[in-house]
Design a protein around this ligand. Structure first.
Ligand SMILES: [Zn+2]
Length: 266
């Protein structure tokens, strides 16, 4: 469930707390969360300090003082927090990194284990599309014009644009007044410009509100988000549209549950 705004909040709360900290010990409780399989994560981390923590798409990117990078993916239920080492351990804590003298730890918890850690090393190559917050409208237009897929499915494709998931795609398409079933190649330049603006505005608002907490999501300080109370369509099936009072409908597009106002979106 965590999408760009939630991951950005984790980064914004984690980075100031851990940048320049030395990783003094690594405890990997579940080695199978690490990719590539069998990779000796501890030997690459211990004795090095964290140069930066940033976001790329829905991934948290940690850069070490060696220039090596590794990613944490929160999956559905992952949480990444920094806390005192004597805090009780939550169930499903798969990875613990002692910082400095060992009084603080970064902890990765993930009950459903769709998340995990990926070692990338010094390479800066990426399999992800452009970042929606900085992407120019022309870039989105070029990418959508090439696809016959439903615009909903296209926006969920991380290679087309990175960081969006079901919540923010539904909210952005509502804000732009676009039916999610329409084909990317059929959208007019004006519609794509509107969509591009809506995506940016909604992502920024969601980041300010601390992201959406539907079940498990918290930031690095353990704080839940509040944007779910501002959703216009996502999770509001049968409730009146906040613009026109028509009941919100839910149907499946490209295998994903999709929320729409049948009157405001065409
Ligand atoms: Zn409406």
């Amino acid at each position: 469930v965590p999408e760009l705004p939630e991951v950005q909040r984790v980064v914004d709360t984690l980075a100031p707390a851990v940048e320049h900290a030395l990783i003094s010990r690594v405890e990997l409780v579940r080695p199978d969360i690490v990719e590539p399989p069998g990779f000796d994560l501890a030997s690459r981390l211990v004795g090095h300090s964290i140069a930066s923590v940033t976001r790329r798409g829905k991934r948290i990117m940690v850069c070490l003082d060696t220039g090596d990078r590794w990613f944490i993916h929160l999956g559905m239920t992952g949480r990444l927090t920094v806390e005192p080492a004597d805090n009780p351990r939550r169930p499903h804590t798969h990875l613990l990194l002692d910082l400095d003298e060992g009084s603080r730890q970064i902890r990765f918890v993930d009950p459903r284990r769709f998340g995990g850690v990926r070692w990338q090393g010094p390479s800066t190559s990426s399999d992800l599309g452009p970042e929606p917050l900085t992407m120019r409208p022309q870039t989105l237009a070029r990418r959508l014009r090439r696809t016959k897929r439903a615009v909903k499915s296209a926006l969920l494709d991380q290679q087309l644009v990175a960081g969006l998931g079901n919540i923010y795609v539904d909210e952005s398409l509502f804000a732009a007044g676009i039916d999610p079933r329409r084909r990317g190649c059929d959208l007019s330049p004006a519609e794509i410009a509107r969509l591009s603006g809506s995506i940016k505005r909604i992502l920024r608002r969601a980041i300010r509100a601390g992201g959406s907490t539907l079940r498990d999501y918290v930031d690095a300080n353990g704080q839940a988000g509040a944007f779910q109370t501002l959703h216009r369509v996502y999770g509001r099936e049968g409730q009146p549209c906040r613009k026109c009072k028509t009941p919100i409908e839910r149907f499946v597009v490209g295998g994903r549950s999709t929320h729409v106002c049948p009157k405001c979106q065409e």
